[in-house]
Design a protein around this ligand. Sequence first.
Ligand code: ADP
Ligand code: MG
Length: 150
Amino acid sequence: MANYQFISTQPEETKDFAKRLAGLLKEGDVIALEGDLGAGKTTFTKGLAEGLGITRNVNSPTFTIIKEYQGRLPLYHMDVYRVEDAFEDLGFEEYFEGNGVTVVEWAHLIEAQLPQELLLLQLYLDDNGARRVVVEPKGKRYEELCEEIF
Ligand code: ADP
Ligand code: MG
């Protein structure tokens, strides 16, 4: 499976990529985000929300784990950093299979509960302060999505 990557030197570049991606998303799509604190996971999600026509401010759902926003499609924004039991059923599946787009920050922490097919984004902080974004499609739907966007 092909991987794609790009360098983002500013928050706006990360957001612009997310906005372009948002235009191609459809219900049931799932995006898994990995990367250290400050790598840009929430920044990406803000851009995605903008691209979905969501006007409410999106911030990290630190205590709530899941936040829902209304746009062209609903956006389910999860930050599972504080999930203590990787197998605990917090109703994730209903979101993954719902009418919206799901974004999961720190997705590996609930790996066993993730759908097999998703778009994986790994954000790395480079030494010079830039972010390297590695995009890995898992499954045909996401391979096609990547072919369209890259
Ligand atoms: P995370 O959710 O991964 O912890 P955030 O998106 O909350 O990260 O924070 C990223 C921080 O880094 C923000 O303050 C953002 O403005 C800054 N930043 C600097 N350069 C970039 C970039 N190229 N892409 C994303 N964020 C960046
Ligand atoms: Mg975050």
